[in-house]
Design a protein around this ligand. Structure first.
Ligand code: C5P
Length: 396
């Protein structure tokens, strides 16, 4: 396999403390990371920990002759497929713009003809300062891509633009850089979140789905260049940028939105759709009875969106369902695969002890006609990325 090489330049901002996590994630995605630290970065992270995580020598000194023998700065700057500066201080951006090369990091950036990605991180006033804004405008958009920064609370206690993009966003941008072509021209549909089934105008029945996994899948497919239609019930997480969202509440509304969107190339049904809706929804708030009688709810079965789309005249080439189970996970998932007629089932154990529902991690098993593939515990972002890669294998 062609291992992509990333030269990661870590400069001296507080967000450098996120560099170990960034390296871990990039490495998990199969990238080879060679770290370069500025002197200021070494105040926030130790070269030893960075070297251990990247399983690579850490480069920091321009005048280290041994380095010049092993790999000079010119070669270092050209040996990578991508140079990633994260975090990037106002200082390194200013140096990049004016061609200053007074340490290894800035010299590499001046000597390279490799594409560069920059994840700025600085105090909001430094970001807003006319000098920084002028420098940003002068960065060459053809070779330098900005990732973030985001708006948010800063380590210094202030709030505003300048917070480094999240590690998952940076990894997403890197993936997009290398694989952006894989799903270009493909239209993918993703359902996500819970549904809300009303009882009366005030009350409803729902479930604990947070929408985290569905959002991550939509973002991963977008990163690979797909056009993504995202049909979502109410969730705890924001809609990923760059996808087209359709907000629904009930299962019936979700079905209508999904059918409207067909045909699509592939569909991933990550939503936790309520299996039942209330029969006889009251149009006025149900009053508490003075005699102590409690209302009885009757249920009707909801349409099974996954099954309907799997048997649809406009069936997508690839239909992926989820199976959230609390027992006999694989057996139930296998039944679901044949009963619903989808191509893959992503099965997971959602017993409360696993912490999967509402959590950040997921342990899934993929079932298809060829067999069973168990994945180790991964973050929901990693699960999404791997799933997206698997989808590339089928659709691209
Ligand atoms: O039958 P069960 O709810 O366990 O099936 C889960 C899978 O089916 C998920 O992919 C879910 O999004 C989908 N589903 C659906 N419509 C329903 C119920 C489930 O699309 N009414």
């Amino acid at each position: 396999m062609d291992v992509k090489k990333i030269l990661l330049i870590i400069t001296g901002g507080i967000a450098a403390v996120k560099a170990p996590e960034l390296i871990r994630r990039l490495t998990k995605h199969g990238f080879k990371v060679t770290p370069v630290l500025t002197k200021a970065a070494e105040k926030f992270v130790t070269p030893l920990s960075i070297a251990a995580l990247a399983r690579s020598k850490v480069y920091s000194d321009l005048f280290d002759l041994k380095d010049e023998v092993e790999m000079g700065h010119i070669e270092l700057s050209r040996s990578a497929d991508l140079i990633l500066v994260a975090p990037a201080t106002a200082n390194i951006i200013a140096k990049m713009v004016s061609g200053i090369s007074d340490d290894l990091a800035s010299t590499i950036l001046l000597a390279t003809d490799t594409p560069v990605m920059v994840a700025p991180s600085m105090n909001v006033r430094m970001w807003d300062h006319p000098a920084t804004q002028r420098n940003l405008a002068l960065l060459d958009n053809d070779t330098v891509k900005l990732i973030g920064p985001n708006k948010g609370e800063m380590a210094c206690g202030e709030y505003g633009l300048g917070r480094m993009a999240e590690v998952s966003e940076i990894v997403g941008s890197v993936e997009q850089f290398f694989h952006s072509g894989s799903l270009v021209g493909k239209h993918l549909l993703v359902t996500s979140g819970a549904t809300r089934e009303p009882i009366d105008p005030i009350r409803y029945i729902t479930n604990r789905s947070s929408g985290t996994q569905g959002s991550a899948i939509a973002a991963a497919l977008r990163d690979l260049g797909a056009q993504v239609s995202f049909v979502t019930g109410p969730t705890d997480v924001p809609v990923p940028l760059g996808v087209t969202a359709y907000h629904v509440e009930t299962a019936q509304e979700m079905l209508d939105a999904v059918q409207e969107l067909l045909p699509v190339d592939g569909a991933v049904f990550a939503a936790a759709v309520a299996d039942w809706r209330v029969d006889g929804i009251q149009d006025k708030k149900i009053k508490k009875s003075t005699s102590g009688d409690v209302p009885e709810l009757k249920f009707l079965e909801n349409p099974d969106i996954l099954a309907i789309v799997s048997q649809h005249a406009k069936r997508p080439k690839l239909v992926v369902g989820f199976a959230a189970e609390t027992d006999d996970v694989i057996k139930n998932a296998r039944n679901k695969l044949s009963r619903k007629g989808c191509d893959w089932i992503v099965a997971n154990d959602v017993s409360s002890s696993t912490g999967i529902v509402g959590g950040q991690n997921n342990t899934v098993t993929i079932l298809d006609k060829d067999g069973v593939e168990a994945w180790e515990e991964l973050s929901k972002t990693e699960v999404a990325f791997r799933l997206a890669q698997r989808i590339v294998g089928t659709l691209a």
